[in-house]
Design a protein around this ligand. Structure first.
Ligand code: ZN
Length: 66
């Protein structure tokens, strides 16, 4: 569904779990937790490659309206 691929070639994917939250959104889980770690902060989501240590950040953007 969503794929993470580091510049070192390490990659893993997020998959849909068939579980839904109270807002009707399907919950994602990570395929291989040994490949990447992520930290969800107030302003961003940070991904860290567990192979080479390279870090990526997904900044918080203006939220879209319903
Ligand atoms: Zn890497």
């Amino acid at each position: 569904m969503l794929q993470f691929q580091c510049e070192c070639g390490n990659k893993t994917a997020f998959f849909a779990t068939s579980d839904y939250d109270e807002q009707g959104r399907e919950v994602l889980d990570i395929e291989d937790e040994d490949c990447v770690s992520y930290v969800i902060g107030e302003e961003s989501v940070e991904f860290k490659c567990k192979f080479c240590g390279h870090r990526y950040v997904l900044p918080k953007f203006i939220s879209y309206s319903e």
